[in-house]
Design a protein around this ligand. Structure first.
Ligand SMILES: NC(=O)c1ccc[n+]([C@@H]2O[C@H](COP(=O)([O-])OP(=O)(O)OC[C@H]3O[C@@H](n4cnc5c(N)ncnc54)[C@H](OP(=O)(O)O)[C@@H]3O)[C@@H](O)[C@H]2O)c1
Length: 267
């Protein structure tokens, strides 16, 4: 799908992969709806895009709240029309073992990215189906392909997002809507590991074999996935190689990830 002139809704647009994707799509001529909670950051980004000749609108919303997602849907559909492309990049969550996780955090971990993506898709899907055209892309974590220790709630939420993405693809099989699961390697310049402070040191050491990428490189991959209407994409390619290892030789991949990953204190 050519993105020029298309209406793209990008969640998580105030930072990291979502922000870089919004900038890249706008540079390619897309009309971009920027969604995240921090209104001032979104307004700054929309001004930056408009100053460069692009089209972007800030629509602040906490997508973990169904009523805010619904309000956003009504506003966008009323003011700008039916989106052609949805990008789910809103995400958060500390990496912790389940027994370390405060019980009240378990729901929050599932909120982003799972409920944010489910609500955002739900509010636009009827209109997109009516037009029978569109592309939905979820920024997924490799943790939903190969699990590693010390991140239970995070991993479960990424499986939920990946599951939603695959289930949607099956649901939409007889339509002209396409669905993509985009898998990113570690991002060198995202706020994720600053905002989720106890997380970075829990990346299994075997992960060092996969080069880090910038959020712009992830955005270029996302733009390519849209162009090709890909159903799955990995960036960088070494992540795909590791994924193949995990498919063909799961015990070896598991051994590498589990033995170089975080260890629980005690038994
Ligand atoms: N960083 C990596 O190395 C990496 C690698 C693979 C996959 N991923 C996945 O990619 C996703 C994005 O990562 P990132 O690196 O771009 O993270 P990031 O820089 O922390 O950005 C997360 C974005 O989500 C938004 N957000 C969080 N909660 C929200 C909510 N309730 N409603 C609306 N927006 C919300 C944040 O904005 P506000 O705070 O303004 O709401 C921010 O724009 C995550 O799910 C992550 O697991 C990341």
């Amino acid at each position: 799908m050519n993105v020029s002139g298309r209406l793209c809704v990008v969640s998580g647009a105030s930072s990291g992969i979502g922000k870089a994707t919004a900038l890249e799509l706008a540079a390619r001529g897309a009309r971009v709806v920027l969604v995240a909670r921090r209104a001032e950051v979104l307004l700054e980004l929309s001004s930056q895009i408009q100053a460069g000749g692009g089209q972007a609108w800030a629509f602040p919303a906490d997508l973990s709240k169904p009523q805010e997602a619904f309000r956003l849907g009504e506003q966008v559909l009323g003011e700008l029309g039916t989106p052609d492309i949805l990008i789910h990049s809103a995400g958060a969550g500390e990496w912790r073992f389940l027994d370390e996780t405060p019980i009240e955090d378990l729901q929050r971990l599932m909120d982003t990215p799972y409920f944010t993506a489910a609500y955002l898709t739900r509010v636009f899907l009827p209109a997109m189906l009516k037009r029978n055209q569109g592309f939905i892309l979820s920024v997924c974590s490799p943790a939903s392909r190969l699990v590693w220790p010390g991140a239970t709630g995070y991993v479960a939420a990424r499986w939920a997002l990946h599951g939603l993405t695959e289930a949607l693809r099956a649901d939409l099989h007889h339509s002209h809507l396409k669905v993509c699961a985009f898998f990113s390697g570690k991002i060198s310049d995202s706020e994720y590991f600053i905002r989720n402070t106890h997380t970075e040191n829990r990346i299994p050491r075997v992960g060092r074999l996969i080069p880090e990428i910038t959020s712009r490189q992830a955005a270029l991959g996302i733009a390519r996935a849209i162009e090709l209407e890909a159903r799955i994409m990995f960036v960088p390619w070494q992540l795909y190689a590791f994924d193949l290892l995990a498919r063909w030789f799961p015990r070896i991949a598991e051994h590498l990830a589990w033995n170089t990953g975080a260890r629980r204190k005690g038994p």
